[in-house]
Design a binder for this molecule. Structure first.
Ligand code: FES
Length: 107
């Protein structure tokens, strides 16, 4: 199973195993990773699942869609080029080892 590492705003790292087909957001919630709120449950209507994809993984993960980028305008923390909504990142075997950084705040 692919492993995903979440790096909190204070630098703490949590590595968990993900189920293929789940999103990064679902993986965080299923494993009790703090820092992801996901108010809308993955419908791309809240921006409280904001993450920064690690620079080594941005090309593998890909870019946000225009709709996702529009919702990121409502994110509580600074939006950067590597910003993504974690509910929109589907986990595949190609993302084994993925590292995402959590913002200071989601609300
Ligand atoms: S969970 Fe609401 S936009 Fe991702």
């Amino acid at each position: 199973m692919p492993k995903i590492t979440f790096v909190s705003a204070d630098g703490g790292r949590t590595t968990v195993e993900a189920s293929g087909g789940d999103s990064v957001m679902q993986t965080a919630l299923a494993n009790g990773v703090g820092g992801i709120v996901a108010e809308c449950g993955g419908s791309m209507m809240c921006a409280t699942c904001h993450v920064y994809v690690d620079e080594d993984w941005t090309s593998a993960v890909g870019e946000a869609s225009d709709d996702e980028r529009g919702m990121l305008d409502f994110a509580a923390s600074e939006v950067r080029p590597a910003s993504r909504l974690s509910c929109q990142i589907a986990i595949t075997d190609d993302l084994d080892g993925l590292v995402v950084h959590l913002p200071d705040a989601q609300i």
